[in-house]
Ligand binder design. Structure first.
Ligand code: LRH
Ligand code: MN
Length: 381
């Protein structure tokens, strides 16, 4: 049963992880970086080819803008992958300095809403069923704008997008404590996202980006709560030591990723309704290998969480056996699941060691040689 679950796991990789990224101090260009969304999909297909569990790729608009989205989706299926969530971007246009859908100026709000509706058109064209909405909207100084009025504007826009969604489509509202706003962010926490989604209906759910919380936040509590409410739409997995560092999932805190997966599985969230997406930036490490390692980290956390002896745990919990209950969870966490995952890969007809197999494939050397000239993809910030 555990191997079945692991073989069928779907982890969605982000197109932007294959492009150049960095910080405000520097974006380091790397050899072999894709120049367009077609090359990004080719790199994402490598991650699926060596892990067997990454058949979906998230797009970000306009970073992945093309003339023919149906052709892009067809290219994806030729490569053995499919288009996942469509990510809107109302955080990089000069007009959005004081906000996008929450901006005081109705003209700017209309422009932002038009982009969100365009993203639903792209969902229709690519067969995607998920729109991911993150708003950088916020203010930097007390008094800069009316916090309540901005919530009214946000609710208005979300309502318009909700109306536009098709039968099998949904949007995931992403929250983030701060950055780029440094005083008040309009969707700062899970409670705000949950409240807006609750008002709208079943096609509006919350996405938990593991890098978007105040230090010390118990993210697995948020996961358990949202799952209980049927409002957990998915994750943007990454890890961090300080802020929104967007490091490889499980790299900074594998125990936290495990605890999150324990609540996902315990809350009945290990289904296709909860999207397991990566949202990361490989600023200094090789990008495709970084994605393969990240997918493996999510697999390891998932496998350990699936090994939790639920009966023994429930018995210890109802007996008030604090140490006993904790030991059940720690036994699972301290289990080396790498042999189990190697078996799962062998069952899938794959090399048990994806990192070594990818390195031996020579794919990186080939793209580094081929992809000379043209503009390397990046955030364009
Ligand atoms: C914002 C965020 C959001 C994406 C962006 C790439 O920090 O997490 O999910 O749009 O990163
Ligand atoms: Mn994110």
């Amino acid at each position: 049963m555990i191997k079945d679950s692991l073989r069928g796991q779907v982890i969605e990789t982000p197109s932007w992880a294959y492009g150049n990224s960095g910080t405000r101090f520097k974006v380091f260009a790397q050899r072999g970086v894709p120049r367009d969304p077609f090359e990004k999909l080719a790199d994402a297909a490598q991650v699926h080819a060596f892990t067997g569990v990454a058949p979906q790729v998230a797009l970000h608009i306009p970073w992945d803008r093309v003339d023919d989205y149906a052709a892009l989706a067809a290219h994806a299926s030729e490569l053995g992958v499919r288009i996942g969530a469509i990510n809107s971007n109302v955080f990089q246009d000069d007009d959005y300095m004081l906000g996008s859908v929450t901006h005081p100026d109705a003209r700017v709000r209309a422009k932002a809403l038009a982009h969100l509706l365009d993203c639903v058109d792209i969902m229709d064209a690519t067969g995607s069923d998920t729109l991911k909405l993150w708003f950088s909207d916020g203010i930097n100084y007390p008094g800069q704008d009316d916090i309540r009025a901005r919530q009214d504007r946000l609710a208005e826009a979300l309502g318009r997008v909700y109306e536009r969604l098709g039968e099998n489509q949904r949007f995931l509202l992403e929250y983030k404590l701060f950055e780029p706003a440094f005083y008040a962010t309009d969707v700062p926490d899970w409670g705000t996202a949950y409240a807006h989604c609750l008002k709208l209906g079943p096609k509006a759910q919350v996405v938990v980006d593991t890098g978007h919380h105040a230090p010390g936040t118990n993210i697995e509590f948020i996961v358990a709560f949202l799952l209980r409410e049927g409002k957990l739409g998915g994750f943007d997995f990454n890890s961090r030591f300080y802020a929104d560092d967007d490091l490889m999932a499980g790299a900074a805190d594998p125990f936290q990723l495990f605890r999150i997966m324990v609540e996902v599985i315990g809350g009945g969230g290990f289904t296709e309704d909860v999207a397991f997406m990566l949202d990361q930036c490989h600023n200094i490490e090789p990008k495709i290998a970084g994605q393969i390692r990240s997918v493996m980290n999510v697999q390891e956390a998932t496998a350990k969480a699936l090994l939790v002896d639920r009966e023994a745990l429930a018995a210890a919990q109802s007996a008030g056996d604090v140490l006993g209950a904790n030991a059940v969870v720690m036994d699972a966490y301290n289990t080396d699941v790498r042999p189990l995952l190697a078996e799962v890969r062998t069952d899938l007809g794959l090399d048990p060691d994806p990192m070594a197999a990818y390195a031996r494939s020579g794919y990186f050397e080939k793209i580094a040689a081929d992809r000379v000239g043209g503009a390397q993809a990046g955030w364009g910030a």
